[in-house]
Design a protein around this ligand. Sequence first.
Ligand code: PLP
Length: 399
Amino acid sequence: MKVYLDNAATTAMSKEVLEEMLPFFSEVYGNPSSVHSFGQASKNALDTARARVATALGAKPSEIIFTGGGTEADNAAILGVAQKLQKKGKHIITTAIEHHAVLHACEKLEKEGFTVTYLPVDEFGLVTASQVEQAIKDDTILVTIMYANNEVGTIMPISEIGAVCNARGILFHTDAVQAVGHIHIDVVEQNIDLLSLSAHKLHGPKGVGALYMKKGTNLPPFIYGGAQEFKRRAGTENVAGIVGLGKAIELATASIDENAKKQTAMRDRLIDGILKNIPEVKLNGHPTKRLPNNVNVSIKYIEGESILLMLDINGIAASSGSACTSGSLDPSHVLLALGLSHETAHGSVRLTLSEYNTYEEIDYTIKTLETITQRLRAMSPLYNPTTKSFSKDENTHSH
Ligand code: PLP
């Protein structure tokens, strides 16, 4: 059986999205900036996609700028605000558990003389609006806090944070890459000034996303050249990709409640099944303020990387809490910020669902994970099968 449970990394493209995109790779090829009918056909497609993205967020079409994905939208928002408001102030507030698209942009600004407050999170991965309020200084120009965390799925109190920023007149950006299409968002009601999203997390194509920029925010261009994207992001548009984003976001928002219900039920079955059948497992993230599709568990005494390999052999795609991809085996900054020890963080597995998953797949995953855990623990020098306990207090290990 093949089971894809890595939907926070990327999702399968929907057939309807693909169908909508296909003509723009062949028969509809005009440049949207051309005045002739070929160009206008492409321009109309961009307008439709822009309207669909705007509708999904409660925004106006003129407030949507298409980008090359979520990372680009995050960079454009953060670096753009810094560039525009640096004379007013050089302080930025964010959290310790942001995606690297945000953290590394903030680190770049620190090197240029900005100061950044990285708010700590609680054991569930939450920050509060009052933490944000207390961190605000006279020279604060931006608050950037993710809508929902990509590793542990915790959903931040975005409306409350938006209200604080609005009351203090500070721009509020949220990286909503994991939230759009999963949770109802209304940028006006929630006082969001800037929001990043990405198509490939909602059954759309990779390499395309959008930045919502509230009217009047007026950030400087982030790519210089032609007049495309309201002179903010020059270059001939990725028409097919943008069409795909528009269709994907429309489909996701049309069935948002139905999908959330289905995924929450499967998610909870997976969590319950793992916690009941495998001893000494910890659920990471918030028990209820959590994305409908996210499961993240630490399985004590074994390595997440070994679990992933064995899951893969058994046809199950998941991901782990070690940042192997960055060339190091350091555990994820998110899990450490939640207070997990290095050992517990190293034994973490993330399983993220989509509405394409089935109960049969969930049950197969629980069973497989149980078998794998038994096998790996039997080989683990850290695991003592007679006492079923850790041979040494996990917190005494130093790294
Ligand atoms: N922000 C978050 C929270 C993410 O999960 C991701 C994707 O992994 C990104 C930003 C980056 O998005 P993209 O892959 O479209 O650049």
